[in-house]
Design a protein around this ligand. Structure first.
Ligand SMILES: *Cc1c(COP(=O)(O)O)cnc(C)c1O
Length: 423
């Protein structure tokens, strides 16, 4: 059962707190995360990995709020990061540097330098050029950088074009057919220490077959690499496990781990998983208030105070998010066909289109489900809309974990050039 459910009075709650209570104190829109759901997601991984030589490095980019990162860090998670900013978050949340993996297709020398200075445990290199750069940076610092090479196994993850990463035509990783050359280069570079191989084939995967195919291909590569004399001790399988937005049937973590156990049996590698979305997506919602309802000829527009700048997934990925009123609808089942849209001046500004929702009116709250991943982290202040705040609920407690900035704060970071100032 979801931790977001109506109570006996018909009010939508996050765990033990009514969303209306939060809305009264924080205002709308806001993101709301359930600590209980985050912990339950973590526990699924912990249970599934029993008996495996494996660890989880939470992919911060899905939701990098410090409270979320600290919750996972306290439970034993490492971190998968894609920028120095995310590294600073992981460190600030108390995650040990050696438990941090630096991923990403375009790391700058200054970022590699910062990562090595911090003692990051593993850098997943994505190109020969990056091998050379990292070798040079490590040389300057007089350290050896522990690396894997992220290989692109050319499998179709069967997901949206903008979140598939493991095809030949994607920018990510080293083509698996060129991987042996890249490893040979890495072995020649004196300041690199090869420790393993990495992959990450896409996001919101619903089928296990792409993992099976990719692991089989990388397994073949590992055998070759070892024959070539490389030490391959770690196999980083990446993230990508899907969640429920509409009626998807994503695999259980137990089923995923069974597959991984079978496919990596006897390989003798320590395994790493880098889940992002799966750990946070269903644990978060976006709450908005209806500003007004605008009946049209073909359909009705429900204009709410959350917009594409707060949650860009519907317009960026054509993503479908379930939207429900924060008050249990009357049992007569009446609905109206509507688009739920924001106030931003863009036709792409919608949260949902062609939905049959119970009649809504100004002041009602609505809840957008499965918004915990790639929601707040992708928010912007387009139209000078303050960054949407984030709230964490834990049982009957809640705390604002990122406040809404005031307009004054937003303006105060900008500068008028001196030549425009009045004389
Ligand atoms: C984005 C990303 C992840 C997390 O992906 P999810 O689909 O959120 O699990 C893991 N590893 C790498 C390298 C990534 O780029």
């Amino acid at each position: 059962m979801s931790v977001f459910a109506y109570n006996a009075n018909g009010e939508m709650q996050a765990e033990g707190v009514a969303l209306e209570t939060i809305a009264q104190q924080v205002g709308t829109p806001f993101y709301c995360y359930s600590a209980g759901a985050l912990r339950a997601g973590w526990q699924e991984f912990a249970d599934g990995m029993k008996g495996l030589n494996a660890s989880v490095c939470y992919a911060l980019k899905a939701n990098s709020n410090l409270a979320v990162v600290k919750l996972f860090g306290d439970l034993g998670a490492g971190a998968d990061i894609v920028s120095v900013g995310e590294m600073r978050r992981a460190l600030a949340a108390g995650i040990a540097p050696r438990r941090i993996i630096f991923s990403g297709v375009g790391k700058k020398p200054s970022e590699l330098m910062a990562a090595l200075e911090a003692g990051i445990g593993q850098i997943n290199v994505e190109s020969s050029a990056e091998l050379e750069t990292l070798n040079a940076v490590a040389g300057q610092l007089g350290v050896k950088a522990a690396i894997t090479i992220r290989v692109n196994p050319d499998v179709d993850a069967g997901t949206h074009a903008k979140i598939t990463t493991g095809r030949k035509e994607n920018k990510f990783g080293v083509d698996i057919d060129l991987a042996r050359d890249a490893y040979a280069l890495a072995a020649r570079l004196p300041n690199l220490e090869v420790v393993g191989v990495a992959m990450h084939i896409g996001s919101q995967l619903i089928a296990l077959d792409p993992y099976r195919d990719a692991i089989a291909k990388v397994r073949g590569l590992i055998t070759q690499l070892r024959a070539d004399g490389h030490r391959i001790e770690r196999f980083d399988i990446g993230g990508g496990l899907g969640i429920v937005y509409a009626d998807e049937k994503p695999p259980s973590i137990a089923a995923f781990m069974q597959l991984v156990t079978k496919e990596t049996d006897g390989l003798g590698c320590a395994l790493t998983f880098e889940p992002g979305r799966r750990l946070v997506g269903e644990a978060g919602v976006l709450v908005a208030e209806v500003i007004l309802v605008k009946p049209g000829v073909s359909k009705t527009f429900v204009i709410v105070d959350a917009a594409m700048n707060d949650l860009i997934r519907p317009t960026l990925y054509e993503a479908w998010h379930d939207i429900v009123p924060a008050r249990r609808p009357r049992p007569d089942g009446a609905t109206i066909r509507c688009d739920i849209v924001g106030p931003v001046c863009e036709s792409g500004d919608y949260l949902a289109q062609n939905r049959d929702l119970p009649p809504l009116s100004a002041g009602d709250l609505v809840m957008v489900r499965s918004a915990g991943a790639y929601g707040a982290v992708m928010a912007s202040s387009y139209n000078t809309r303050p960054l949407v705040p984030e709230v964490m609920v834990d049982g009957t407690r809640f705390a604002v974990v990122r406040p809404r900035p005031s307009i004054d704060e937003m303006l105060s970071s900008e500068r008028i050039p001196p030549w425009m100032e009045p004389a």
